[in-house]
Design a protein around this ligand. Structure first.
Ligand code: GLU
Length: 379
């Protein structure tokens, strides 16, 4: 059943409206060569999401890439006019591909091509919004792309979105989506300087986060991680949660929405604490579990307090400080989720220790809580 209230109210984990942005690299195997198995898998996932009552809007790249393939070009042309011509050739192939992918699910696609100008002028913005709403009401899956053929060179800076990541974020704002899922060949935001792993959750896009993004290297791709982060910035500002994940992962859409990843989740900004905490709880993959003793359960559940070392018995899984973890009682039942102040390797050293003993072990730390109340949500 589809939930009725907005996710930003934090009431449930199934969003009402989702924008899914797909990069050229997800839909094709090489230059201009479609990956039918991948596309069939994605259509099945989107159809399943649609069947839950969630409205699904797709932003699809691939027109230029497919056009290149059809025209036999091995390299992406530099000249804008040539790229525009490729897009004109590829766009119809792209739509044909999507329709074929959705046919087995009885779904009809609808092509919507936009320029930046279309969203800037208020009357056009409202008209696009109304048309999208009507397309969704008709039960179709709108497939949006930039109208590359008319976004001409001289006026490029003014008219072009530049990349479909930005377009995806603007569409998410336009339709007031709760979630934007950006699928590309990148598995998520990787912390190259630190853990070398996917950053599971980003609460605020800081300069440090932006520094983790590198440019794109593929022949057909446009944006790379930099444009994805700036799209995430745009979308989270309008209250939309954003996932960046690999479209090659099986069942990725359902797994992301179930909070099991893999991928990076960007929490919408400017939310009240409770709503933000719920986002934290629903949309990420807990890296492990911290088990607490009998006394700690009511303290966390009924008294609204933080989890202290004295209440912790042990941890399962490997995680670093700052990871999202499940919190379970002695009966092994998970009843809360939160951000751990300690890594899994540190837990045995502090488990069931009093505050002064923990303070002696970590004299530099200002916050000694294992999970601070502000980072903890009951499930
Ligand atoms: N609109 C371009 C295309 O369909 C893609 C731009 C992008 O991927 O950012 O090929």
């Amino acid at each position: 059943m589809a939930p009725s209230s907005s996710l930003s109210q934090g009431a449930q984990s199934t969003p009402r409206r989702v924008v899914v942005k797909l990069g050229t690299g997800v839909l094709t195997t090489g230059i201009g060569r479609l990956d039918p198995a991948r596309i069939a898998g994605l259509c099945a996932q989107l159809a399943r999401l649609r069947a839950t009552g969630c409205e699904v809007i797709v932003v699809s790249s691939g027109a230029v890439g497919l056009g290149m393939g059809r025209l036999g070009l091995a390299k992406k042309p530099k000249e804008v006019t040539k790229k525009q011509a490729c897009a004109a050739v590829g766009q119809s192939l792209l739509m044909e591909t999507w329709q074929r992918g959705f046919d087995p699910h009885g779904l009809t696609v609808a092509q919507v091509l936009l320029t930046r100008e279309d969203l800037r002028a208020r009357d056009r913005f409202l008209s696009v919004k109304a048309t999208l709403a009507q397309l969704v009401a008709y039960g179709t899956i709108p497939i949006i792309n930039e109208n590359d053929t008319v976004s001409a060179a001289e006026i490029e800076a003014m008219l072009k979105f530049g990349d479909n990541d930005t377009l995806g974020a603007m569409v998410a704002g336009l339709v007031e989506a709760q979630v934007l899922i950006i699928l590309s060949t990148a598995p998520g935001l990787i912390d190259m300087k630190g853990t070398g792993q996917i950053v599971p959750v980003v609460e605020r896009i800081t300069a440090e986060i932006e520094a983790m993004a590198g440019g794109t290297t593929s022949e057909t791709a446009t944006g790379g991680m930099i444009s994805k982060i700036s799209a995430a910035k745009l979308a989270t500002k309008s209250g939309c949660g954003v996932f960046i994940a690999s479209g090659a992962e099986p069942d990725i859409v359902q797994r992301l929405l179930a909070g099991t990843g893999p991928g990076t989740f960007f929490v919408p900004s400017g939310l009240p604490l409770e709503a933000r905490k719920r986002w934290l709880a629903f949309y990420q993959r807990p890296a492990g579990t911290i088990f607490v003793n009998e006394c700690a359960v009511p303290v966390l559940r009924d008294q609204g307090r933080s989890l202290l070392a004295i209440g912790v018995t042990h941890a399962k899984g490997e995680f670093g400080p700052g990871a999202i973890v499940n919190i379970a009682g002695p009966d092994k039942r998970v009843f809360a989720r939160g951000k751990s102040g300690y890594g899994s390797e540190e837990i045995p050293g502090i488990a069931e220790k009093r505050g002064d003993a923990v303070a002696a072990l970590y004299p530099q730390r200002k916050r000694l809580e294992v999970v601070h109340r502000n980072d903890l949500v009951l499930l």
